[in-house]
Design a protein around this ligand. Structure first.
Ligand code: SF4
Length: 236
């Protein structure tokens, strides 16, 4: 049975009719501040997926340590499937939640083999964005953000991963409506941002959120979007 969307959620999935701060303006103003932006894939798509699972509820640094240790102890993904779950958990313990993540990683790898017959994800590049996203989010424990990270960072596909910074800054700038969840923000932002601008906007908003539009004590007086931002000074 198709899932029903409540009227409130339907409204939140509809972008505001006029954006107080247009996307082009955001990019033009933030690029000199936080750019230049280059797309340099750090991992292949499957490695990126497993790395992103390891980043859940921890820092990138801890996730990197866990990822490197996993690769050192159990070098291939096929061997990770065959390994004792406890051995996988031990290898990734620096990334936190090792018991849950080890189970999830093995489940993801097994499901990829079951559905695709090989431990690689580069084939997703040949699919439409929505198809690739659906393929990834059908994997156990993979949500819209993880799928978008794999697509944007490893495959060069036009997806916008929405993390806590992007969710917060998008809300303050009025790109998404109040109450929109981070998962739904993926859908809304893709409706209002041209495919060729999505990676750049992702990097600019995340950097802006870390450096200027922080969770608390925003630096609005240093923000080039201040003249148009509906939240100017509200969180300073
Ligand atoms: S003006 Fe302030 S609230 Fe608005 S985006 Fe800039 S830092 Fe954030």
């Amino acid at each position: 049975m198709p899932s029903r969307i409540s009227p409130a959620r339907k409204r939140r999935l509809t972008p505001p009719r006029t954006l107080p701060v247009p996307v082009n303006f955001i990019i033009e103003e933030l690029e000199p501040l936080h750019g230049p932006i280059e797309w340099n894939p750090r991992y292949n798509a499957l490695d990126e997926l497993i790395f992103t699972v390891l980043t859940q509820h921890t820092s990138d640094l801890n996730a990197e340590r866990a990822f490197d240790e996993l690769r050192r102890r159990i070098p291939t993904w096929g061997e990770v499937i065959e390994a004792e779950t406890e051995a996988v958990a031990k290898a990734i313990q620096s990334g936190g939640l090792a018991n849950q993540k080890s189970v999830r990683i093995q489940a993801i790898l097994m499901e990829i083999v079951r559905r695709h017959g090989a431990l690689e994800l580069e084939f997703l590049k040949d699919l439409e964005v929505d198809e690739a996203r659906n393929w990834l989010t059908d994997l156990p424990g993979v949500g819209p953000k993880t799928a978008a990270v794999v697509m944007a960072f490893a495959l060069g596909m036009p997806a916008i991963p929405v993390d806590t910074h992007i969710h917060r800054v998008s809300g303050r700038l009025g790109l998404i409506r109040e109450g929109t969840s981070a998962d739904d923000a993926h859908i809304v932002l893709e409706k209002i941002v041209e495919p060729q601008d999505r990676f750049n906007l992702h990097v600019l908003l995340i950097t802006h959120g870390r450096q200027i539009c922080k969770a608390r004590r925003t630096l609005c007086d240093k923000c080039p979007l201040g003249d148009r931002c509906p939240s100017y000074g509200k969180f300073a």
